[in-house]
Design a protein around this ligand. Structure first.
Ligand code: UD2
Ligand code: MN
Length: 572
C-alpha cells in the first residue's frame, strides 16, 4: 500500500458539514466572490469547438508537469502540478480567481482535456464480472449552481462517453439559477450538438434538492442516476449499478466515490478492498467507516455491500421506487440533510442501500463551499431538524442536544409524517438495531453538555477532530451552542463526542479516536468535587490561568482551575 489506499476518502468527504460552530461560520459568511468569471477559459465559447486539445497557458516544456508530454496533461487521471511562482502576473491572477470562484483549481482543470482518460479499473475481479445485456436504461441528472466550464463539461462528457448508448436514456442538466455567463447561451449552444442532452433552468435559486426533484419530474429513464457537476465517471461505471436495480428495484445503489484532487485534479482510484460505507453522527453529519466484520463474512471485496447511509451526490434509484418513497422532502433548501433523509427512508421503508465496488465515479471534494447560501437562516440545520422530526422518533433528542435545542422555525412537516404513516415504515430504533448497530448511542452517558472551568467560568473545553484524526484538545469561551463544546461522560469513563475521545498519553491532552479499552481514555468525573481525574496517571485536568491551554497536573483541591463541571449530570 502506498499509504493513500488505506485512506480512500482522505481529502474528506466529511469536510463540508462539520459541527454547529463551523456551520454557523459557513452560513454566516458570504463566500461568493462577485467577480466575473473568466469567460474565455478555452479561447472561445462558440459552442462548436470540442475541446479535445487542452490549451496551454504556461510553457508546455516546463518540468512543472509530472508527465513529460504536456499535451497529455492530466491524462489517465494524472496530476497537473502548476507552479504558481512561475506564472506571469496575469496568469497568477487567473489562477487565484479560479480558486476563489470554485474552491478548486480551475486553472489546472482548464489545462486538462474535457475528454481526458482515467485509470482503467484496477480491480482485476471487476474486469471479468458479467452483466446482463437487457439492463434498465437511466436518466442521468446533474444539478449545478455556477459550475466551472471545463469541470461541468468533463462531467458531462464522462457520462456521455462512458455510458453505453442503450443504457443512457438522456442527460438532464438542471441549472439552479447560475449567474456565470458560460452557463447561459454558451452552454446551450454547446449541448445542442447532443440530442440526448437537455437543460432545465430553475426560475430562482432553489437549492440542489428541489433542482433534483425538477429533474426527476421530467425524466423518462427507468432509473434515475444523480451526479454532482464536478465528477468523472470511469469506464464500466453504470453496468454494475443498473444490474442491482434490475435484480430488485428496491435496491438503491451508490458507486465508490473516488477522489479527484481539488488542486492537481489527480484521480485517486480506491480499490475494492478499501471500500468504506456511510454512517452518520448525532450532529447528523455524514461520515465514512470501514465495512463491519459481520458484513465482510462470506463476501468478495467486489460484491455490493450494504451501507447505512449514502454520501448523497452519486446514486442510482429506480424511478418508480423513488416516487413510491416520496422522493425528497421538497421543504429542504439549498444543500444538506437530503442524503440522510433518503437513506433512513430507504432502510426503514423496506428498501436496501448499497455501495457497489465495481462502479467508480470520481468527485472533487472541496474544502469550502464556493457559492452563496441563504442569509439569516442556517439551512442545513433547518433541513436536519425536518429530517429528525419525521424520521428519528425519540432519538431526535440526541441531535437537539447538539444544537442546544434551538429549533427555530422549521416549517410544516405534516405531509412528510403522513408519508411515513402511509408507507408503514419501521422505527428508527429498528434501523439502529439492525442496520447501524455500530453507532454509539449517547443514551447511557452519566454527564453531558459543555465542560466549564470553575477558575474562569467563561472558558469551556472545545475541540473537534475529523474521523480517525488526532488533535490537541483546546479551550474556547463558552458559547452555549453545543457543537464542538458538547461532550458526554460515558459509563466506561470516556469523555467523548461521537467517535472522538479525550485522551492523555503524557504530553498534550488530545482528541483521539475512541478505542474502548479505557487506558489513556479513562477519566473519573467527580461532580460534587468538580474534578476530572485521569485514572491511569492520577493527574487532574487543569486550565492555564490565561485560559490558553489545557494541562495535566498533580491534583490540588485548592486550585479552582482544576475544577470542571459538566452542564448536566445524572446520578446512577
Ligand atoms: C455532498 C454531496 C452532494 C449533496 C450534499 C448534501 C457527494 C459527492 N456530494 O456535498 O451531492 O448530497 O453532500 O446536500 O456525495 N448545487 C445546486 N444548488 C445549490 C447548491 C448546490 O444545484 O444551491 C449543486 C452543486 O453545483 C453540486 C451539487 O449541488 O453539483 C452538490 O453540491 P456540492 O458539490 O457543493 O456538495 P458536496 O459535494 O460538498
Ligand atoms: Mn460535490
Amino acid at each position: 500500500s502506498d499509504g493513500r489506499e488505506s485512506k480512500p476518502h482522505e481529502p474528506g468527504v466529511v469536510e463540508p458539514v462539520k459541527v454547529v460552530d463551523d456551520i454557523d461560520k459557513r452560513f454566516g459568511q458570504n463566500n461568493h466572490v462577485d467577480v466575473k468569471p473568466n469567460q474565455d477559459i478555452h479561447g472561445n465559447y462558440d459552442g462548436q469547438r470540442q475541446m479535445l486539445a487542452p490549451r496551454f497557458i504556461v510553457d508546455p516544456n516546463d518540468p512543472i508537469y509530472r508527465r513529460g508530454d504536456s499535451s497529455q496533461a492530466g491524462e489517465e487521471g494524472h496530476a497537473v502540478n502548476v507552479d504558481k511562482t512561475k506564472l506571469s502576473k496575469e496568469e497568477k491572477t487567473k489562477y487565484d480567481l479560479g480558486f476563489q470562484n470554485n474552491a478548486f483549481n480551475q486553472y489546472a482543470s482548464d489545462m486538462i482535456s474535457i475528454h481526458r482518460t482515467l485509470p482503467k479499473n484496477i480491480d482485476e475481479e471487476c474486469k471479468i464480472e458479467k452483466y446482463a445485456e437487457d439492463l434498465p436504461d437511466t436518466s442521468v441528472i446533474i444539478c449545478f449552481h455556477n459550475e466551472a466550464w471545463s469541470v461541468l463539461l468533463r462531467t458531462f462528457h464522462s457520462v456521455l462517453e462512458r455510458t453505453p448508448d442503450v443504457f443512457l436514456n438522456e442527460i438532464i442538466l438542471v441549472d439552479d439559477f447560475s449567474d456565470m455567463e458560460h452557463t447561459k447561451t454558451p452552454l446551450e449552444n454547446y449541448v445542442s450538438q447532443y440530442p440526448k442532452v437537455k437543460i432545465l433552468r430553475m426560475e430562482k435559486r432553489e437549492g440542489l434538492i428541489r433542482a433534483r426533484l425538477r429533474g426527476a419530474a421530467v425524466a423518462k429513464g427507468k432509473v434515475l442516476t444523480y451526479l454532482d457537476s464536478h465528477c468523472e465517471c470511469m469506464e464500466g461505471w453504470i453496468e454494475p449499478l443498473l444490474a442491482r436495480i434490475k435484480k430488485d428495484p428496491s435496491i438503491v445503489v451508490c458507486p465508490v466515490i473516488d477522489v479527484i484532487d481539488d488542486n492537481t485534479f489527480e484521480y485517486h482510484y480506491s480499490k475494492a478492498y478499501f471500500t468504506n460505507v456511510g454512517g452518520f453522527d448525532w450532529g447528523l453529519q455524514f461520515n465514512w467507516h470501514a465495512i463491519p466484520e459481520r458484513d465482510r463474512k462470506g463476501r468478495r471485496a467486489i460484491d455490493p455491500v450494504r451501507s447505512p447511509t449514502m454520501a448523497g451526490g452519486l446514486f442510482s434509484i429506480d424511478r418508480g421506487y423513488f416516487e413510491k418513497l416520496g422522493t425528497y422532502d421538497p421543504g429542504f433548501d439549498i444543500w444538506g440533510g437530503e442524503n440522510l433523509e433518503l437513506s433512513f427512508k430507504i432502510w426503514m421503508c423496506g428498501g436496501t442501500l448499497e455501495i457497489v465496488p465495481c462502479s467508480h465515479v470520481g468527485h472533487i471534494f472541496r474544502k469550502r463551499s464556493p457559492y452563496k447560501w441563504r442569509t439569516g437562516v442556517n439551512v442545513l440545520k433547518r433541513n436536519s431538524i425536518r429530517l429528525a422530526e419525521v424520521w428519528l422518533d425519540e432519538y431526535k433528542e440526541y441531535y437537539y442536544e447538539r444544537i442546544n435545542h434551538q429549533l427555530g422555525d422549521f416549517g410544516d412537516i405534516s405531509q412528510r409524517k403522513a408519508l411515513r404513516e402511509r408507507l408503514e415504515c419501521k422505527s428508527f430504533k429498528w434501523y439502529l438495531d439492525n442496520i447501524f448497530p455500530e453507532l454509539f448511542v449517547p443514551g447511557e452517558s452519566i454527564a453531558k453538555g459543555e465542560i466549564r472551568n470553575q477558575g474562569d467560568t467563561s472558558q469551556c473545553v472545545d475541540g473537534v477532530a475529523e474521523e480517525g484524526e488526532q488533535k490537541p484538545l483546546g479551550l474556547y469561551p463558552c458559547h452555549g451552542q453545543g457543537g464542538n463544546q458538547y461532550w458526554m461522560y460515558s459509563k466506561d469513563g470516556e469523555i467523548r463526542r461521537d467517535e472522538s475521545c479525550i485522551d492523555y498519553a503524557g504530553s498534550d491532552v488530545m482528541i483521539f479516536p475512541c478505542h474502548g479499552m479505557k487506558g489513556n481514555q479513562e477519566w473519573k468525573y467527580d461532580h460534587n468535587g468538580s474534578r476530572l481525574t485521569h485514572v491511569v496517571t492520577g493527574k487532574c485536568l487543569e486550565m492555564s490561568k490565561d485560559g490558553a491551554r489545557l494541562m495535566m497536573s498533580g491534583c490540588d483541591d485548592g486550585n479552582a482551575y482544576q475544577k470542571w463541571r459538566f452542564k448536566e449530570y445524572s446520578e446512577e
